[in-house]
Design a protein around this ligand. Structure first.
Ligand SMILES: Cc1cc2nc3c(=O)[nH]c(=O)nc-3n(C[C@H](O)[C@H](O)[C@H](O)COP(=O)(O)OP(=O)(O)OC[C@H]3O[C@@H](n4cnc5c(N)ncnc54)[C@H](O)[C@@H]3O)c2cc1C
Length: 312
């Protein structure tokens, strides 16, 4: 979409990015251009930008670290906000008396949505706070981790999130939602049409050495079992119900190392599709379609995408 000068002027004081190619903002390294790209640094900027987009009748797309998304080769229409600069000092507090947290060892960590999950994880390990070491090595932002209910080693975000602050894109109001109002399920938070602005986690005081050991053990496991240095968006498909993982099914269906141009099913972890440098979104989707078909033919199981497809 070509934006009119009038619309461009409405956003001019926020200095939109001049390079709008979205491949730079996703770990898959593919994707066309955004009509309008902003990297806000404060909650106030996010709210102001949403209000202008609302007035200009532009759709708004939110991206965190871009590590669980596949952006279309045709790009994204309207305003795209990448939230990786939306951060401030991580805040550490104790719950006040009369909350429903009974343990005196419970500590809250509060961060803005753009804070890196990796940094929070390290912060917790160095502060001797247990409950987040499972996330060692998961890339992206804390806002994206909450939206995806990211998880590993039997843990996920739903077990440690205490509350979130959101901007409702319909009413343009901010509100604080306690965990009891949040519906988490496997790799999903049921939260439509909203931007996560701030996240509060509840962790527990423990021995620093023990938490650090767990953190590095998990990191090492991830690095040896996943192609972490290649361009991907993590697991492409959700694990289906039952005891067989998507990776196992894909491997048994003979799809390890299957290719479509620059896209390839990883030979280290069959649920990772990697971009060897020259894949486009179409190649990745094409390969994912072949994988899904072969798994269905062999096992009668319909794999569902974990990766979110975004754009035209
Ligand atoms: C090498 C590798 C390993 C991975 N390992 C794991 C793993 O072990 N476990 C796991 O669960 N995942 C894993 N992932 C996937 C991914 O890292 C997680 O899902 C991560 O939490 C996504 O965060 P993000 O900030 O990158 O979100 P993005 O990919 O930017 O966005 C994901 C979704 O959330 C939305 N979103 C993002 N931020 C906000 C916000 N603030 N408000 C509203 N909506 C928002 C986006 O619109 C999109 O729909 C891995 C990925 C890679 C590349």
């Amino acid at each position: 979409m070509v934006l009119s000068d009038n619309i461009k002027n409405m956003f001019a004081s926020f200095a939109p990015e001049t390079q709008r190619a979205m491949d730079r903002y996703t770990s898959f390294r593919v994707g066309g251009s955004a009509d309008l790209l902003m990297l806000p640094q404060t909650v106030e900027q996010v709210i102001a930008l949403v209000k202008i987009a609302h007035k200009a009748e532009l759709p708004v797309t939110i991206i965190g670290g871009g590590t669980n998304i596949l952006i279309s080769d045709n790009g994204i229409r309207g305003l795209v906000m990448v939230l990786t600069r939306l951060k401030q000092k991580i805040e550490q507090t104790k719950p006040s008396i009369n909350t429903d947290d009974e343990s005196p060892d419970q500590i809250y960590l509060t961060a803005l949505a753009g804070e890196s999950l990796g940094r929070l994880c390290r912060y917790a390990a160095d502060a001797g706070l247990t409950g987040l070491a499972w996330a060692a090595g998961i890339p992206g932002t804390i806002g994206g981790a909450v939206m995806m209910n990211a998880g590993a080693f039997g843990w996920d975000m739903s077990q440690i999130v205490k509350q979130i602050e959101i901007l409702d894109l319909a009413t343009l109001e901010t509100m604080v939602l306690p965990v009891n109002d949040l519906q988490f399920s496997y790799r999903k938070l049921a939260l439509e049409n909203s931007i996560v602005l701030k996240v509060r986690l509840g962790l527990t005081k423990a021995d620093t050495g023990t938490v650090r050991d767990e953190f590095y053990r998990n990191l090492k496991t991830k690095q040896s079992t996943q192609p972490v240095s290649q361009a991907s968006a993590g697991c492409f498909f959700k694990n289906p119900p039952g005891d067989k993982s998507a990776g196992f099914l894909i491997e048994q269906a003979g799809m390890k190392r299957a290719r479509c141009n620059g896209a390839m099913v990883s030979d280290l972890h069959a649920n990772f599709i990697v971009n060897h440098g020259n894949a486009c979104a179409k190649d990745i989707l094409n390969l994912a379609g072949q994988v899904r078909k072969r798994v269905y033919e062999k096992f009668g199981i319909n794999l569902k995408k974990e990766v979110k497809t975004i754009g035209d």
